[in-house]
Structure formats: C-alpha cells, structure tokens
Design a protein around this ligand. Structure first.
Ligand code: AAL
Length: 428
C-alpha cells in the first residue's frame, strides 16, 4: 500500500473511533432534567423537545391545550330540519361593551341537495344540477353573513344580517360565506368567500371579497373588487382562496387563507399568507406559500413575537398547533386532539400590532346536526400566556368507548378482511 493510501485509511479509522467515542462518551440521559441537558448530543426527537416546543414538558408548553365544548344559547335552528345553518364563525371581537361574532348563515326553504365533489376540484359542471336559485347545493350555498352579540360568550343574541349577497356581477352574488373581521385605522372590514357559482359545481371555487363599515353593527358596503383573488392557472390556489383570517403585523394586514393543490384527483389542503397595507387590497401572496402544509378552517392569533395557528382537519400535520416566530415559517408547536371544527378565537390583540401576543382562551366553532347542516358552539382552551389552567394542559382523557365504536368498519372493509381470512384458510 502506498504511503498516501495508508495515511487515508489511518485518518478514516481515527474519525470512526472519534465518532464512536463521542456517541458513547456521554453518560446516559439523566433522570432529573436541568438546562445543561441541552448541551449534550441529543437525538432528533429530544432536539425537538428542547428546541422546537415551548417547553419539553407538555403541561408547561404554552401552545398545548385540550379543548372543552359548551352549547351556546340564543340561536334557533328550526328543529334541525336543515333549513337553517350557522357555521364558520369569525374571530370574536369586543366592542361597545360586548362580544361580536360574524358567521355564515343559510336560511333556505329546503335543505341542501348536495354538490359534486367526486374528484375534488376541476369537476365538469353537472348538466342538470339539482340546485337552482332557491335550492342550495351545499351547506354554505345561498348564504349571507349574519352577526350576533353576547355579554358572556355563552348566551348570544342574533342582531341580523351584516353582509347580504351583492347584486350580479359583484363576486358573492351566489353566496357570501366564511367571514372574518379586521379592525384597521378605526374602520371595520369583513372578508368572506365570494361565490359566483354554487359551491359544489366544479369543486369549491371562490375568491375572497370584502365589505367595510364605520361600525361593527354596519351598514356594510361591498367593495366591487375582489380583495384576494385565486391564483393564476397552474398555481396551487388557482381555484379557491378560502377562510381568510386577517391580523395586523408590522403595520400591514396579514391574511392567512386556505388553498388547495392537487395530484390528479386528490386535493391537498394547505394554508397561505397574503399581505397588504390597504385593507381593500391588492394583497401580495407570500413567495413561500403555502406556509402551512395542513389544516382546513383557519384560526390564527399573535403569540409572543410570532403568530400561532391551528392545523385542524387535513394533512400530515392535522391536529397540531403551529408557531412561526417570523410569521412565515411554521413549526409544529403542539400535537393535540378533538380540535374545534371551524374554530376561531377571541383574539383581543389581533389588530394591535403587538410584539408580545398573549394568546387565546376561547372561541366559537361549529358542529353538524344532520345532512351536513351546522350549528355554532363554544370552545375553551388555554393557549394563553396569562392563564395557567391545569385542566387544559393534561392528557390521558378517556374518550367514551361508544365514540370509538362509532368508527365502525365499512362493508368494503369487512369484505377485504373476509378475503384475507379465506386466503389464509386456503393456504393450509
Ligand atoms: C368550511 C370552510 C370553507 C369551505 C366550506 C365553507 O368549513 O373551509 O367555508 O368553503 O367549508
């Protein structure tokens, strides 16, 4: 062996021994944790514990919470016959000594007949749809934005319609749905999904419209221009921008929203960010969009110097609470369970341009009563720097067995299992 090659082998051996030495030189991971433990060589999992989460200990992780649910009173649903729906509540704001919430309300003579969703987006519109100008396709078709107020957050009084469907061709003439509120420089803005075709015609196509007012009680004026448009052809959000959720940061309006990208016939839901200094737009979409790879309905709130958000129903990271110190690059901050469907919080510092967001402790969400029709409910949590509610920070909460057994096997699954059994029997 030449001298050079011998040297290389020696160096290699030295490196290997040094590597092994490093790995095994440290003592076993200690039972009692001190800050020093961070200086050890850590496995990937323990690095996440110490560097990614607010605390390695679940009860001390300020972005971890359980959720508690309460029925709210004051809002009727025609004996749950499907002709009245309330869903997708806005953030809750506190104005004039009371809480305000805005939401999708559908009041139709019949319940929805069902849209066409089979291949997600890009459906060919049905030739003879079952819906028409008065028959809704889905739960949020032919809807308006209504609002209610409350003194305690449990008993609500509906105040009436806030944003009606505008006249054609202003976007939203078919349905205005899924609103969220912004207060900016003394004026109020409601952002909403502005449908120009029945949702469920080719998917759930819509841009975001906006209406504005001098008071949270209205009257609300429609902007004739779309505030946040769908992406250009071929872009991830080309068909729909939904669930717009505005906050104020660094003097700008930050709107987080839902879009969806596609691998033929499978829709992947993700969340994006768009910013503007003008509440009526235009908004600039962030070049790193999507900024959250999961989620569905959108709930964001300032937290410390950054922003926290829920990833609820869809995606690899569903049922997580996420955090971005820079308002763009989100990391999983907590994994939880039974998150509020369509939840949106009471966020007192949503519009104060805070550099120390305090978090949230409650909000409203929705449940379904039948045939996909919906009603509002209240959720409580402890995602706040100011509240330390031990009951919200636990785990190991037993869920009733009946809830598990409701998740029963389908006929197709039973057939698959029977075939597996049969093929094993035949082998012997
Ligand atoms: C919701 C939201 C949007 C969708 C539909 C109504 O929960 O994500 O609003 O368009 O479903």
């Amino acid at each position: 062996m030449k001298f050079n090659s011998l040297l290389k082998v020696l160096v290699l051996l030295l490196c290997i021994f040094e590597g092994i030495g490093k790995t095994y030189a440290q003592n076993a991971f200690p039972y009692s944790i001190t800050n020093d433990v961070k200086n050890r060589e850590l496995s990937a999992a323990m690095k996440r514990s110490f560097y990614q989460y607010q605390s390695p200990f679940l009860p001390e992780n300020e972005l971890y919470s359980q959720f508690r649910y309460t029925r709210i009173s004051g809002l009727g649903y025609n004996n749950n016959d499907g002709t009245v729906t309330r869903r997708d509540p806005s953030k809750i704001i506190f104005e004039n000594g009371k809480y305000y919430v805005y939401y999708t309300k559908r009041q139709t003579s019949v319940k929805p007949v069902g849209g066409v969703w089979t291949s997600g987006y890009q459906n060919t519109p049905p030739v003879n749809p079952k819906w028409n100008d008065t028959i809704p396709s889905v739960d949020w078709d032919l809807a308006e934005i209504w609002y209610a107020t409350s003194i305690d957050g449990f008993n609500w009084v509906e105040q009436g319609v806030a944003v009606k469907r505008p006249a054609k061709p202003t976007p939203g003439w078919r349905s205005v749905a899924t609103p969220d509120i912004l207060k900016f420089k003394g004026k109020y803005y409601l952002y909403y999904q502005a449908f120009v075709e029945a949702p469920g015609t080719r998917g759930d196509y819509c841009p975001v419209g906006v209406a504005y007012s001098d008071s949270p009680d209205g009257p609300w004026l429609h902007s004739t221009k779309v505030a946040l448009d769908t992406g250009a052809k071929g872009e991830w959000d080309q068909y729909a921008v939904q669930d717009p959720t505005p906050l104020v940061h660094n003097g700008l309006i930050y709107i987080y929203y839902k879009g969806a990208f596609n691998r033929p016939n499978t829709v992947f839901v993700a969340l994006g960010l768009a910013t503007s200094d003008n509440p009526l737009g235009p908004f600039q979409k962030h070049p790193l969009n999507p900024v959250i790879n999961s989620g569905h309905e959108v709930c964001f709130f300032p937290f410390k110097e950054g922003v926290a958000g829920f990833a609820i129903t869809d995606g690899n990271e569903h049922f997580t609470i996420q955090y971005a110190k820079d308002w763009v690059n989100f990391e999983i901050a907590a994994i939880t369970e039974m998150m509020p469907l369509g939840g949106n919080g009471f966020v007192p510092d949503a519009f104060t341009d805070t550099k120390d967001g305090r978090g949230i402790t409650w909000g409203l969400c929705f449940f379904r009563y039948s045939d996909d029709c919906s009603y509002l409910a209240r959720f409580d949590c402890d995602l706040s720097q100011d509240v330390h509610d031990k009951e919200m920070k636990g785990n190991h909460y037993p869920i009733d067995a009946e809830v598990y057994f409701k998740k029963s096997l389908s006929e197709a699954q039973k057939e698959r299992i029977q075939k597996q059994n049969e093929s094993l029997q035949n082998e012997h």
